[in-house]
Ligand binder design. Structure first.
Ligand SMILES: O=C(O)c1cc(=O)[nH]c(=O)n1[C@@H]1O[C@H](COP(=O)(O)O)[C@@H](O)[C@H]1O
Length: 239
């Protein structure tokens, strides 16, 4: 197994040029990139086309949440861009998720392409118990994550975004083919920044994450190639 297929580098930059510079600097070391709100709002669809021309895989992380009709039509439009994975918020509800999935499949079929994977964010990895309490959910974060993962699966989606700490429970509840994409990954040598429910690359793999999303530990490192190499090595050691 190639660890590179399971490491997704978050391109959190405000401009196309900054993102392009990082992709060029990392070269073949990284094959999978995440384009989130900051870069998509700054650079637009051109950044997806650029990454696909470079033969990279793309996770388009726009975390859609709105009424089912709006999400379904937006996902149909986004499907044309050719990303490999897209996401919505699970708390948008089962109807929003199911209609979104249907729209993605129909749009891909019209284009004669395989459908991108659609996954749902459970509870953001920045959320800790102190942030969670004022939201008045009845249960602790970990339990909510598992139920949202099960709801995501029942709604027909391909997987979830969750913390690597929750990956083992999700795997047990949702079965072997479910994608578990985990941000909140921090090697022992990196700062946690605004992430709360974190784990190391080795722990994430050990817990059953299918993909690790890593941003600042790579993008803000003095030696970015070296940061990627160390993360890949740690992942491989845990296979
Ligand atoms: O959907 C996401 O990608 C996401 C979900 C989540 O719960 N937590 C989370 O950090 N992310 C994204 O993952 C990336 C993590 O970046 P770093 O904290 O710099 O490694 C950011 O681009 C976040 O927007």
């Amino acid at each position: 197994m190639d660890a590179r297929d399971r490491l997704i580098c978050a391109l959190d930059f405000p401009t196309f040029d900054e993102a392009k510079a990082l992709v060029e600097e990392l070269g073949d070391a990284v094959t999978f990139y995440k384009v989130g709100m900051e870069l998509f709002y700054g650079a637009g669809p051109d950044i997806i086309r650029y990454l696909k021309e470079k033969d990279k895989k793309v996770f388009l992380d726009l975390k859609l949440q709105d009424i089912p009709n709006t999400v379904a039509h937006s996902l149909a439009v986004l499907t044309r861009l050719g990303a490999d994975i897209m996401n919505v918020h699970a708390v948008g509800g089962p109807k929003m998720m199911a209609e979104g999935m249907k729209a993605v499949k129909e749009a891909a079929a019209e284009l004669g392409r395989p459908a991108p994977k659609l996954i749902a964010v459970t509870v953001l990895t920045s959320m800790d118990e102190a942030q969670w309490k004022p939201l008045n959910y009845a249960r602790p974060i970990g339990e909510e994550v598992l139920d949202l993962a099960a709801l995501t699966k029942e709604s027909g989606l391909d997987g979830v975004v969750a913390s690597p700490r929750e990956a083992a429970g999700i795997r047990e509840r949702c079965g072997k083919d479910f994608l578990i994409v985990t941000p909140g990954v921090r090697p022992a040598w990196a700062a946690s920044n605004d992430q709360s429910r974190i784990a190391t690359p080795a722990a994430a793999i050990g817990n059953g994450s299918t993909h690790l999303v890593v941003g600042r530990p790579i993008t803000r490192a003095d030696n970015k190639q070296e940061a990627v190499r160390k993360i890949l090595e740690e992942m491989e050691g845990a296979f």
